[in-house]
Design a protein around this ligand. Structure first.
Ligand code: C5P
Length: 224
């Protein structure tokens, strides 16, 4: 059976990652969370006080940082690693969410991440979620989904996720963060968040994760 690329793009907190992860498991494909890569870069910039306006410092940082993924057999979780260290929990915190979209506008950062993502998916058989997968990273992806959902519903979901990880965040702060990120992501000059002409729109406002997974798997089955 031929292997394809499934690109899942869309607004923040629509359930892209959860859906993509489950679709990958169902299909025996690799799952690549490109948002985690931008989050890890943001963490590195934060830890090393890299100025967003200093091209030399950015170039040096990009030479010195390495983002990878590791499947932890013990926990059964996919972990994002920065220079070999597990940063999975750290990159999900609000202070990273509050800086990641700015970091993601930096052209050199995008070029480095897109090149790595293209290498990771070159053999196909991947489900990749992000903002520019169907438009920039893999414009030739066989399946393209563009996810959206009501902002309040997205914020509520994010609040529950953060609470499960022990971080209590005010709903208004989450709404503000989602709206700000969506705005920055959609208006940046380099590969902005936009629905690819051949992507299929999926509004997840009133869908359960299982339904979303089923919907994507059925769509993918028609392309294999
Ligand atoms: O998917 P997640 O919400 O974790 O992504 C965090 C941020 O990373 C997004 O708000 C966006 O600014 C950036 N991002 C991006 N391009 C991608 C994936 C994520 O610019 N392909």
């Amino acid at each position: 059976m031929s292997k394809i690329i499934i690109a899942i793009d869309g607004y923040s907190s629509c359930g892209k990652s959860t859906t993509a992860k489950a679709v990958a498991a169902r299909m025996g494909y690799a799952y690549i969370d490109t948002g985690a890569m931008y989050r890890a870069v943001s963490l590195y910039f934060h830890q090393n006080s890299v100025s967003h306006t200093d091209p030399k410092a950015i170039a040096t940082a990009l030479e010195n940082l390495h983002v990878s993924f590791n499947f932890n057999e013990k926990t059964g979780r996919n972990e994002t690693c920065l220079n070999g260290l597990n940063v999975e929990d750290e990159i999900r915190k609000m202070y990273i969410s509050n800086m990641v979209s700015e970091v993601s506008t930096i052209v050199e950062v995008r070029r480095a991440m897109v090149a790595q993502q293209q290498r990771m998916g070159r053999k196909r058989g991947v489900v990749m979620d992000g903002r520019d997968i169907g438009t920039k990273v893999f414009p030739d992806a066989e399946v393209k989904v563009f996810m959206t959902a009501d902002t309040f519903i997205r914020a509520k979901r994010r609040q529950v996720e953060l609470l499960e990880k022990g971080e209590l965040v005010n709903l208004d702060d989450i709404v503000r963060n989602l709206e700000k990120r969506d705005h920055i992501d959609s208006t940046r000059s380099e590969s902005p968040l936009t629905q690819a002409a051949d992507a299929i729109l999926l509004d997840t406002s009133f869908m359960m994760i299982d339904e979303q997974v089923e919907w994507v798997v059925e769509l993918a089955d028609r392309h294999i």
